[in-house]
Design a protein around this ligand. Structure first.
Ligand code: FE2
Ligand code: FE2
Length: 373
């Protein structure tokens, strides 16, 4: 949406700055909301000048986001250089952060941002993501009903996703998926988006980008045979239940082999995306030299995607926390450190800043069960 004369910029301002700010900027009306009340759901453009350390204020933005129109826009103010609050703002759905203290310049930056073509890219991206989610539902249903899987649909979906990730940037792309697609396919879309961005970032060939993207879309197709009470279980898995979960790479691989016409590198990535370099993964307990490059990349993108997601048994990790987990796994010899470094660079994170993760490395459901991906 390009801001026009009919657009109103609503500002949620918790400080007394509102009295010093103008009521119109660049032809757009500025209205100040009552900070003691919830944000109305029908607002198109919200600029939140709130204290991100205050859970009540944060909840107010989250509540708005949950009821807001799909194309509404959120901007949040943060202190200069405060990366933690920048990430928090991003997780709350902010299109862009504006520097505190809020001023007329900050209001003008919001209007300028809305008038840039970027917004059209976001609209396009949203429809591509929605179409991809529908395509994946179709593919999973075909697999479940033993119908032929539409390989062309996988190829086209992968190509569109790769283009939209490149267009929007991985962080905005992931936020769009997380905000609008709380479905079974969120994981698949997140992993594929991360894989696309990684492949583009390290300069892979277009053939490898296509293979990795399609492997991302198909990697967990075997989970259609994993009962949902096990997949969504919040408590500890029994050894028997974990054995059922561990079947999904082979089940998916076998289904795709039966289908035919799928590149061997994609099949290998589907079969071995849970293998670790030290032999502790499954289903074959492969060692480093037996795990192909494309599969190694998919594995770290899969773990990253799983950590960034909200699951029935965990809140989403921040990008920083998720990368800390991957660095810890690299230190244990499970995943390739050079790939994790490249992933961190792709997310624009300082390599030196990674400490041991604060949250448990392993899925709390089962000590036998490394992060369920
Ligand atoms: Fe996965
Ligand atoms: Fe998996």
């Amino acid at each position: 949406m390009a801001a026009n004369l009919r657009s109103i910029l609503h500002v949620l301002c918790e400080s007394d700055l509102s009295s010093k700010l103008p009521t119109a900027v660049m032809g757009v009306d500025v209205r100040f909301l009552d900070a003691t009340k919830p944000v109305p759901a029908d607002i198109d453009i919200l600029l939140a000048d709130i204290d991100l350390k205050n859970p009540v204020s944060v909840e107010k933005i989250r509540a708005f986001r949950n009821v807001a129109k799909p194309d509404s826009q959120i901007f949040i103010t943060v202190d200069k250089g405060d990366r933690q609050h920048q990430r928090q703002a991003s997780a709350l759905g902010a299109r862009k952060t504006i520097l505190k203290p809020l001023s007329e310049i900050g209001l003008a930056i919001v209007i300028e941002e809305l008038r840039t073509p970027h917004r059209f890219a976001t609209n396009t991206t949203k429809s591509i993501i929605a179409a991809s989610a529908r395509a994946m539902r179709e593919i999973f249903e075909q697999a479940a009903q033993k119908e032929p899987i539409d390989i062309n649909l996988i190829g086209e979906t992968g190509q569109q996703l790769a283009e939209s990730v490149a267009d929007l940037g991985v962080l905005d792309w992931l936020d769009t998926v997380r905000i609008y697609h709380h479905s079974t396919f969120q994981h698949v879309l997140l992993v594929t988006g991360i894989a696309c961005a990684f492949a583009q970032g390290v300069g892979m060939s277009s053939q490898d980008i296509a293979k990795l993207t399609q492997a991302g879309l198909l990697h967990d197709i075997g989970k259609i045979w994993t009962p949902s009470p096990i997949l969504d279980k919040t408590g500890k898995l029994t050894a028997e239940e974990f054995a059922v979960v561990k079947r999904h790479p082979k089940d998916g691989y076998q289904r795709l082999v039966n289908q035919g016409d799928i590149h061997p590198d994609i099949l290998d990535a589907v079969l071995h995306h849970h293998e670790y370099l030290d032999g502790s993964g499954y289903p074959d307990g492969l060692l480093a030299h037996e795990i192909k490059d494309l599969t190694r990349v998919l594995t770290i993108c899969d773990i990253m995607g799983a950590l960034l997601e909200k699951r029935p048994y965990k809140e989403p990790f921040s990008v920083q926390e998720a990368l800390s987990v991957l660095f810890s796994m690299a230190n244990q010899g499970k995943v390739e450190r050079a790939l994790v470094v490249a992933l961190a660079q792709m997310f624009d994170c300082e390599i030196s800043s990674f400490q041991s993760p604060k949250r448990d490395l392993f899925d709390s459901r089962n000590e036998l069960s490394p992060i369920a991906t």
